[in-house]
Design a protein around this ligand. Structure first.
Ligand code: BG6
Length: 473
């Protein structure tokens, strides 16, 4: 047996992309609720020019989700039928503290998650909980400018402490922040940041992530006091960057790209900022506002495991005027001519998963956890109530083979594998339901029409067998 008996096989979702019912039971508005259904959703928000925060739209997909707020009981039954032993979900901060500034939490919000955790436990499913997955109360953005303001650290700690105490008997695995490195790319979604023309945007982003890093470390400190068995993980959007050619300049460019992408896991694992950053900050005229004790807190409260999302590798060229660019989970990347065309919206690279696992394990020597991976593709046709997604099965099979080789042959320590968007959900980058990742199809279109009924795709039965045999493919 290659994978341990305790290997966690499961799936992952986030509150903002699934729950819907954005104003039910006292929930407050969030940044994700405001995103329009066009490409501006990934762009920086400037307060001194037209921006979508002031617009009123007919439809916001983030406010609708996939209806999980109402379907969670039957969804958990489907998970149980699938045989997963773990499930990652996030808690919506604004269900617990609608504006972020209340003194007392919203009991209705807490009761909702209580019930989810009870049902998961009753079905022998380990909850993996993200405390902040690309959402925060909109009020904190409007009043303080999001994570740029140090005040948010305390407000987040208040929220994190409430949920860690309340759910201590159900939850062991906590992920304080989803993909902190994405704040450099999508600062409004990642940290509620807005800008005015001419300001040093880079400084603002690093200041916000410093506050998130601090909040992360303080959460670990408080969490271990609440329950010493808690396990905390950082979560990174990971993707090994390949050089476009073997030209030393391209190799250096790829190396630099990885170095910058891994800053936030460096801090969360090693308890300190990498040395090169001081010079870089000088060069970029970045002067972080910090306090002496910040660095002690960071040093003393590092993570227990490193979790990450992997969708595809990246590729970098020193001179990129002549190379084709493609989309991925992160800033656009150079098209890798060696990767075949596929159904995926992003380039597919199964071996890249093995390489990334090795890269992270060599660098950090901590247990790893794949908490997002999967094929996002446009799928709208139900045939006899089915989706025949052999392409998804192929994608998963090839990724599993590489994951197992990383464990078996390379000795990587791996806690588990959680497939992203197990139940179709609203895409972050496109805001669409029709960009689908699920093994479970949700009957809903991009404008919110449909029954929201769930259907098993072919990949559902296939994954079920994989789980049952602990990875025999
Ligand atoms: C990850 C996020 O970055 O990528 C998820 O953590 C997101 O929330 C996933 O859904 C896939 O991206 P997209 O844009 O296809 O939804």
């Amino acid at each position: 047996m290659v994978l341990k008996e305790s290997f966690l096989w499961g799936g992952a979702i986030s509150a903002n992309q699934t729950e819907g019912h954005f104003d039910a039971d006292g929930r407050g508005l969030t940044n994700f609720d405001m995103l329009p259904l066009d490409s501006r959703r990934l762009e920086d928000v400037y307060l001194d020019q037209d921006n979508f925060l002031d617009e009123v739209h007919d439809y916001y997909s983030g406010r609708r989700g996939n209806n999980f707020y109402k379907t969670y009981e039957s969804d958990i039954e489907l998970l149980s039928e699938l045989g997963v032993n773990s499930f990652r979900l996030s808690i919506a901060w604004s269900r617990i503290f609608p504006t972020g500034e209340e003194d007392e939490p919203n009991e209705q919000g807490l009761a909702f998650y209580d019930d989810i955790f009870k049902k998961l436990r009753a079905n022998k499913i380990e909850p993996i909980v993200t405390i902040s997955h690309f959402d925060m109360p909109l009020h904190l953005i409007k009043k303080y400018g999001g994570w740029y303001d140090r005040k948010i650290v305390d407000l987040y700690i208040k929220y994190a402490t409430v949920i860690m105490k309340r759910f201590s008997k159900y939850v062991t695995y906590w992920i304080p922040f989803n993909e902190m490195n994405m704040t450099m790319h999508i600062p409004f979604i990642g940290a509620g940041l807005t800008f005015t023309k001419g300001e040093n945007k880079l400084e603002k982003k690093y200041q916000a992530t410093h506050h998130q890093l601090l909040a992360n470390a303080k959460t670990i400190q408080i969490g271990k006091e609440i329950n010493p068995n808690f396990k905390f993980g950082c979560m990174m959007a990971a993707a090994k960057t390949y050089p476009y050619t073997s030209k030393p300049e391209d190799v250096f460019s790829a190396f630099e790209s990885d170095k910058f992408n891994l800053i936030f896991s460096d801090v969360q694992v090693k308890g300190k900022y990498p040395n090169f950053l001081a010079r870089y900050f000088d060069k970029q005229q970045i002067a972080l506002k910090t306090e002496k004790e910040d660095f002690i807190i960071l040093k003393n409260n590092t993570v227990d495991f490193l979790s990450f999302s992997y969708y595809s590798s990246a590729c970098s060229a020193a001179e990129d005027s002549d190379v084709e660019k493609v989309k991925r989970n992160g800033p656009d990347t150079v098209r890798n001519p060696y990767l075949p065309k596929s159904n995926s919206v992003w380039q597919v690279d199964p071996l890249g998963l093995r390489i990334t696992l090795n890269q992270l394990y060599d660098r950090y020597e901590l247990p790893l956890f794949i908490v997002e991976n999967g094929l996002g593709t446009y799928e709208d046709q139900l045939v006899d109530g089915k989706i025949h997604d052999d392409y998804r099965i192929k994608y998963l099979k090839e990724h599993f083979e590489n994951m197992i080789s990383a464990v078996e042959e390379d000795g990587v320590e791996l806690i588990g594998y959680l497939m992203w968007g197990l139940i179709d959900l609203v895409s972050v980058s496109e805001g669409k339901m029709s960009k689908r990742y699920g093994l479970i199809y949700v009957d809903a279109d991009d404008e919110g029409n449909g029954s929201y009924k769930r259907y098993r795709k072919d990949s559902f039965d296939w994954y079920k067998k994989v789980i049952k045999t602990n990875g025999t493919i």
